[in-house]
Design a protein around this ligand. Structure first.
Ligand SMILES: C[S@@+](CC[C@H](N)C(=O)[O-])C[C@H]1O[C@@H](n2cnc3c(N)ncnc32)[C@H](O)[C@@H]1O
Length: 344
């Protein structure tokens, strides 16, 4: 039996919204850049106050506000403008969970490339070698590595605390976090969980930034760092937990399985592997963001990575010699959490 097509009877509105969604991107990025939400949070409420804070005439401020009201970022109550609560939490500069710089960074980095999806898919690649669009070469430039890693800290420190609350770190003594970036997951876990120690492994230019964050949090005695390529030398050993938190969508399954196998070797018998990454539903009907990351992982005919389903992750774990693989959603719109065990 075919399911009912929910678009029956609809006009062109839905397709227009999808095809011209870049207008929303432009409006939210402008509001972030001009610090509209921050000005509102700091007390600018009337159109006049907001225009003065933005240093523009009221007509222009009104156009920006109207756009933001139409996409439900801001609302007007008794003549004064307010941020919606998620905007207040994540897009106001004074907030500890501000991630406007991350959105700005990601949108500007990727925006232009989205014009070329069709040619990316139809182009025939001459080589599938790493080039300057992959993590490895991106991080060779200390400035780019700093920009990426600082933006990554901002984007993920909240998720680090969420993982530390939801994942039982108390059963582990030593954790090897591969591709640990800014160290935000290690920092959050150490702040919430006494005793255990972490090694963050990442590329040298990233580790330099991670050290700054670790020192700032006073955790240098519990989090050590190791510069390196996780496809390179064998990993240090003696850990009861190893993880890859979001680097693996940048690689194809053969490389993912090779990494997981190396992580298995670094673990003590009975140790746990943890992967947090973009994940697709097993029937591949979404979620939207992972589906788009997956689509974006083809450039000029070359694969720059892959987003996998939970079931596929469990297969990779099995191929790498792990048992008891399980998966669940960590953030239901985006990230899966996969665990498995090295046989005891
Ligand atoms: C998306 S970031 C995630 C960082 C951190 N786990 C987090 O979630 O905030 C991916 C990280 O993996 C690192 N990475 C990717 N490939 C790597 C490799 N082959 N060896 C070492 N690190 C790698 C990158 O340098 C980057 O810091």
């Amino acid at each position: 039996m075919t399911t009912k097509d929910f678009t029956l009877g609809m006009k062109t509105e839905r397709m227009t919204d999808i095809a011209l969604a870049f207008k929303q991107t432009g409006a939210i990025l402008a509001a972030i850049e001009l610090e509209l939400f921050t000005h509102i949070a700091r007390g600018a409420g009337t159109l006049g106050e907001i225009a003065a804070a933005l240093n523009m005439d009221e007509e222009k401020a009104d156009r920006l506000l109207t756009a933001c009201k139409s996409i439900k970022l801001v609302r007007e109550v008794n003549g004064r403008h307010e941020n919606f609560s998620d905007v207040e939490r994540y897009l106001v500069k004074d907030s500890k969970t501000y991630f406007g710089d991350y959105l700005d960074y990601m949108a500007h980095r990727d925006y232009g490339a989205w014009e070329h999806i069709a040619t990316n898919l139809t182009a025939v690649a001459e080589t599938n070698e790493d080039d300057d669009r992959t993590y490895l070469s991106l991080m060779q430039d200390p400035e780019k590595a700093r920009e990426f890693t600082v933006a990554g800290y901002e984007a993920s420190i909240g998720l680090g605390h969420k993982l530390a609350k939801e994942f039982d770190f108390s059963q582990f003594d030593r954790w090897l976090d591969l591709g640990g970036g800014s160290g935000c997951y290690a920092i959050a876990a150490c702040e919430r969980q006494q005793g255990f120690k972490v090694t963050v492994l990442d590329q040298a230019n990233v580790i330099a930034i991670a050290r700054e964050f670790i020192d700032k949090h006073g955790l240098a005695d519990r989090i050590d760092t190791k510069p390196g390529d996780f496809f390179g030398d064998a990993y240090p050993t003696g850990y009861d937990l190893a993880s890859y938190i979001t680097p693996l969508q940048g690689y194809m399954p053969d490389k993912v399985i090779a990494c997981l196998t190396k992580a298995r070797d670094a673990l003590k018998p009975g140790g746990t592997i943890l992967v947090v990454d973009y994940m697709l539903k097993d029937d591949k009907t979404g979620p939207i963001d992972p589906a788009f990351v997956n689509l974006f992982g083809v450039r000029e005919g070359r694969y720059l990575g892959r987003v996998n389903t939970g079931a596929e992750w469990c297969e990779f774990m099995k191929d790498a010699g792990f048992v008891d693989a399980e998966y669940r959603w960590f953030t239901p719109h985006q990230l899966g959490l996969i665990t498995a065990r090295k046989p005891g």
